[in-house]
Design a binder for this molecule. Sequence first.
Ligand SMILES: C[S@@+](CC[C@H](N)C(=O)[O-])C[C@H]1O[C@@H](n2cnc3c(N)ncnc32)[C@H](O)[C@@H]1O
Length: 222
Amino acid sequence: MSTHDLSHYDPAVEEVKKALALAESSGAVPELIETLKSALQLVELREDFAHNATSKESAALKGILDETYSHDWDSVHQQGKSLWKLSPIMMSGPLEGQFLKSLVSIQKAKRVLDIGLFTGYSAVSMAEALPADGEVVSLEIDEYLKPLVENLIKDSPHHKKVRIITGKALDALKNLDADGEKFDVVFLDADKAEYLDYFKVLVPIRDGVLIIRRVSDVEGSV
Ligand SMILES: C[S@@+](CC[C@H](N)C(=O)[O-])C[C@H]1O[C@@H](n2cnc3c(N)ncnc32)[C@H](O)[C@@H]1O
């Protein structure tokens, strides 16, 4: 099990904790330590408020969250099963998931493109807001993840709405475009360096498409 504090998922909480530990171990002035303690309290309270004010996640999403934190990603990577060292911090999680679900619902979307599957949190969150004949097409470069996610979501009543395509997102996007596939919502959450190229393929896909770009996950990438 990860040492991450599941009650505080916001990476800001972890960062302030690190800063506080560093200040204490390096003999920083008491005022700095006190300031960091109150900053920690504030970010924790802010996150608690956001969680309490947000709809609760489904059993399927909770299952994804728990497995993402308990999965032994280090061994997976050491055994050469994954392309790179995957980490729970890559996951969108409860607040972003419910927000995505609201956006899909407001958009009255039927077809969603999820670029960057990881353990399927965003894919399933958005699938939950779709009608029975809706579909989330989720793109993922790491072959290790597809069977893992398919197994994880098999008990969700929405699992049939999730179609996973493995390979480079840019190649998949070009194929989807060539096949005339259209989307109402696109969630960009894969290789940030390729976002501009994704846009170039996506923009002609459909007038009025809602494109959501996630700006941060691992190590503060933007
Ligand atoms: C931030 S994670 C996605 C998190 C997921 N959307 C969620 O809500 O939990 C990014 C994922 O994109 C995948 N990825 C990175 N570069 C990619 C690429 N060029 N094509 C397809 N997938 C890629 C990674 O393997 C990783 O699983």
